[in-house]
Design a protein around this ligand. Structure first.
Ligand SMILES: *Cc1c(COP(=O)(O)O)cnc(C)c1O
Length: 520
């Protein structure tokens, strides 16, 4: 941390008053090399640190507001309160411009994030943005944060966003970056690992700066391939000579994570406003988890001072995180399952590194050793001392049958239709509740609209839907849930396919060069 004067404010102040406008400026550090320090805007521009680490703030800022005030604030106000405390080298005008541009009519409700109470829990609906999954919460603002960062840092190269997707990030990033001047975006998705709606959303993407490619492999292959490209110095040089630089829209980018803290702070405010909580009382948070970004944001909200009780990490059958919380051993050497919650079909949860770094006492060397073990053996074990610092977390998982059962039970009991990912969290919470008898209310992160996974959702509700075609199912879902078909789904009903390339994992670097028209 260092203290600086806010230059924008200085001009209209007398010199004596200037002392009082001292604001904290946080620096960000790589989790693998303490000497690699950058500002917030530089961290966002780079995405991944060149040493392979992830940028983390040197300290989590306190949300120095009376909690009761949160009950009075709308989404934009909460977003400013959080972002201004983390992204300290952006000016007030810059942040407000980014927030205003991101959280507008792209969302189908003015609340941005409505909360639905069902069966005693609070479902935080994070799927009202352009692509009807929670990735919109961060990816509608990231292009603004990034292009602002480019201006601030006098970056004149064109930014190439490289993204690996398990289905939702890809479309949300495409929607955010399509036709944004000074940027190009390339998305790699597992050809057989996404839902029909997810794939159609991506391959119909318009915009001359967009490129969508299927790979013959799973999400981990795609993510590792992207990380390898980031680490390829020769390729980076070649790109720089052609006027390009890489960045990332995956949650390894701190610019994804910080906007995700906002809705946990906002949720606390809404529960206060509804009288479901008194200021200071705890809420538990349940998150369907894949890459560990969403739940890490909830952890950061807690570090800022939001009274979060337990952070309940819900996994599907790819329960590598559940096992980690049980045993302290992270082991990706296991069968990979394709499930009905594909956005959680992940065995290498990238953002866990940010938590490991913290558990290791912010020791970059220790963290780098563990990550090296993960890369070479697929496994690492944390010390008992580190495990003692995991008390905030609880883990659970749901099998495919349990996930389907949860969708059916919730629908029959309350009429509320959950998507498959939210159902994993909902089931895990139901189990946890039976064992722990909590008094605190639970906020369940609802990460996708059921329309995005209509086939799995409808088959869970009734086997009779099995033979129906995709869009007929969508219409039927709309009818039984009493929810209109979202615009994002209507748009792709008859849209032409614009991207049909499918490649092997090893061909990823060449595909990047081909799209950018760079030849050796
Ligand atoms: C990405 C995603 C998740 C997993 O979130 P992480 O931040 O990767 O843990 C869960 N559900 C849905 C619908 C998603 O798109």
């Amino acid at each position: 941390m260092r203290v600086v004067y806010s230059r924008e404010d200085e001009s209209h102040l007398k010199s004596k008053e200037k002392e009082w406008v001292a604001i904290m400026e946080w620096m960000y550090r790589s989790t693998r090399n303490a000497a690699n320090r950058v500002t917030a805007s530089q961290a966002i521009l780079q995405g991944l640190a060149e040493d392979g680490g992830l940028y983390v703030p040197e300290q989590i800022p306190a949300l120095d507001l009376p909690l009761a005030a949160l009950g009075e604030m709308n989404y934009h106000e909460v977003a400013y309160a959080v972002l201004s405390r983390f992204l300290t080298d952006y000016t007030e005008d810059e942040l407000k411009y980014c927030i205003r541009s991101a959280y507008d009519q792209k969302f189908d409700t003015e609340e941005i994030v409505p909360i639905r109470k069902a069966d005693g829990s609070f479902y935080l609906e994070l799927f009202h943005g352009a692509t009807i999954a929670f990735k919109d919460m961060a990816l509608s603002i990231l292009p603004y944060l990034m292009t602002t960062a480019a201006k601030k840092n006098h970056e004149d190269k064109e930014i190439v966003i490289l993204t690996a997707t398990s289905g939702d990030t890809g479309k949300a990033a495409l929607a955010g970056f399509a036709d944004v001047p000074g940027t190009r975006i390339i998305v790699f998705y597992p050809k057989d690992g996404v839902s029909a709606v997810q794939e159609k959303q991506m391959v119909t993407q318009k915009g001359a700066n967009t490129c969508v490619i299927g790979i013959r492999g799973n999400f981990d292959d795609a993510q590792s391939g992207v990380k390898r490209i980031f680490g390829d110095e020769a390729l980076r040089k070649e790109l720089a000579e052609a006027g390009f630089c890489f960045s990332s829209a995956n949650s390894i980018n701190i610019g994804r994570l910080v906007p995700q803290i906002v809705y946990y702070v906002y949720a606390y405010g809404r529960l206060l406003a509804k009288g479901e909580l008194q200021a200071g009382e705890a809420m538990n948070v349940v998150v369907p988890t894949g890459n560990f970004g969403n739940i890490l944001a909830a952890f950061y909200a807690k570090q800022m001072g939001i009274p979060v009780g337990k952070l309940i990490c819900a996994s599907n059958e790819n329960k590598v995180l559940y096992d980690f919380f049980q045993t302290g051993v992270y082991d990706r050497n296991r069968a990979f399952h394709l499930t009905t919650s594909p956005s959680m079909d992940i065995l290498i949860s990238s953002n866990l590194e940010r938590l490991i770094y913290r558990l290791a006492g912010e020791d970059a060397k220790k963290n780098a050793e563990l990550m090296q073990q993960l890369a070479s053996t697929g496994r690492y074990e944390i010390t008992d001392e580190m495990r003692d610092n995991l008390q905030d977390f609880a883990g659970g998982y749901a099998t495919e049958e349990e996930t389907a059962e949860e969708i059916r039970t919730m629908y029959e009991k309350t009429g509320y239709v959950l998507d498959t990912h939210t159902a994993v969290a909902s089931y895990v919470y139901r189990q946890w509740k039976e064992q722990n008898h909590p008094t605190a209310p639970a906020v369940i992160a609802s990460t996708a609209s059921p329309f995005k996974f209509a086939r799995s959702v409808m088959s869970a509700i009734d086997a009779k839907y099995a033979g129906m075609e995709d869009f007929a199912l969508i219409d039927e879902l709309s009818r039984i849930a009493h929810v209109p078909v979202p615009k994002a789904v209507e748009e792709i009903r008859n849209a032409p396919v614009l991207h049909d390339k499918v490649i092997e994992i090893g061909e990823m670097p060449d595909a990047v060069k081909a799209f950018l028209k760079i030849n050796r």
